[in-house]
Ligand binder design. Structure first.
Ligand code: PLP
Length: 413
């Protein structure tokens, strides 16, 4: 469908009716929620599913013969079934349910690291990674005597692909890169990144925490080895996330945590591990969140990720245009390919102070380093003000933000 037709058909008023929290006030003003990169609000379809879980299904999964345990298990596994086509994985058992992106990345760093990384090997990350995609690799490198390399970025916040090419070599074991930068909005050329890594014999983990809710992802077309994302950033509950991994890697990796569920048989002499995906799912999972994530996937799928992306992109362009009318405002992150994140600074004002003034006006934005301290160091700034746009935001939200920033500028500069 033509972009203009998509925009005309996207009924944001109807979408907003699904999100009860959007009708509340904050500090006496209507809430304008622009902190979606941190977490999204939940539609009533997800909230109702949570209530339904505790009133109709609550029971432990994969264990009981009784009715409740069986229907809870079916509902929990239905999410895995839904996730497979959502990311176009070849097999359901390649989908591991975790606590979130952070746990998914830690799992790979730990288990892939144990199986495949040895002294002198190299891991590549980028200058725009979230701390969750830096620290696990630092720890792995320290433990294994491996070397961490960082792909630099240009002033627009785009990866230096020539530098990336020159870092790859036969010692590179893993390239761990964010699909979309949470602080800058940059969409990285992941297909090319993956192909180049594979040519060098390295695996790739994509941090899709900021991509899964904006872009349709096909893990097979990308040929990515691992993909990590969180439920709470895609209109689902907190405490649930996903690790997709190619079967061949997951089978070759040792378990992450141990205990119940991940075993086939336990004897004091020896324990055998369960098959995929349960080998990586020790202990009682977050059952409620696992079940209710399916409703978030249904919600996104009904609207269509391409329609969502077109609508959000239109808002991003509008927000960028409008914010740039403020003389002292500077946008940080001006990549050609951007998702709906806009980071900015008012020259002469600390981002925290801008955030506090916006909060008084009922506008929720994120201020600070956004868990990307090395990236802030790269730009020689303490942090930014970040407005991150979701499918329920409107041009009126952007107008309110712009008026708020103008007010902050008048007060602080
Ligand atoms: N990676 C990126 C790019 C993120 O934006 C975030 C959260 O903001 C994370 C990882 C960590 O996600 P979580 O806290 O849900 O594990």
């Amino acid at each position: 469908m033509e972009r203009t037709a998509v925009l005309e058909q996207f009924d944001v008023d109807k979408v907003r009716e699904d999100f009860p929290i959007l009708t509340r006030t904050v500090n006496g003003k209507p809430l304008v929620y622009l902190d979606n990169g941190a977490t999204t609000q939940k539609p009533k379809q997800v909230i109702d599913a949570i209530v339904n879980y505790y009133t109709q299904l609550n029971s432990n999964v994969h264990r009981g013969v009784h009715h409740l345990s069986q229907i809870a298990t079916d509902a929990f596994e239905a999410t895995r079934r839904k996730l497979r086509p959502f990311i176009k994985a070849a097999h359901e058992h390649e989908i591991i349910l975790t606590k979130g992106t952070t746990e998914s990345i830690n799992l790979v760093a730990s288990c892939y690291g144990k199986a495949f990384v040895k002294t002198g090997d190299e891991i590549i990350i980028s200058a725009m990674e979230h701390h969750s995609n830096i620290v696990p690799w630092q720890i792995l490198c320290e433990e294994r005597g491996a070397v961490l390399h960082v792909v630099p970025i240009n002033d627009a916040g785009e990866l230096d692909m020539d530098a990336y090419r020159s870092l790859l070599n036969e010692r590179t074991k893993m390239v761990a890169i964010t699909y979309v930068s949470n602080a800058l909005g940059t969409i990285n050329p992941v297909k090319e990144i993956i192909a180049l890594a594979h040519d060098a014999g390295a695996s790739v983990l994509l941090d899709a925490a900021q991509a899964i809710q904006h872009l349709s992802i096909d893990v097979q077309a990308l040929d990515v080895d691992f993909l990590a994302f969180s439920g709470h950033k895609m209109y689902g509950p907190t405490g649930i996330g996903v690790l997709y991994g190619k079967e061949k890697w997951l089978n070759a990796m040792p378990p992450y945590q141990s205990g119940g569920e991940m075993i086939k048989e336990v004897a004091f002499a020896q324990t055998t591990y369960n098959d995929l995906p349960f080998k990586f799912e020790a202990g009682t999972p977050n059952i409620e969140a696992g079940i209710c994530l399916a409703h978030a996937i249904d919600y996104i799928s009904a609207l269509g990720l391409d329609n969502i992306a077109a609508y959000e992109h239109d808002l991003l362009e509008y927000a960028t245009q409008q914010l740039l009318t403020i003389p002292s405002l500077r946008v940080v992150g001006t990549a050609r390919e951007k998702s709906s994140v806009i980071s900015f600074l008012l020259d002469g004002a600390h981002p925290y102070d801008v955030g506090v003034i916006l909060d008084k006006l009922g506008i929720a934005v994120r201020t600070g380093h956004h868990c990307t301290q090395p990236l802030m160091d790269r730009f020689c700034i303490p942090g930014t003000v970040r407005a991150s746009i979701a499918l329920y935001n409107t041009k009126e939200d952007i107008d309110t933000l712009v008026a708020g920033v103008q007010r902050a500028a008048a007060m602080l500069l």
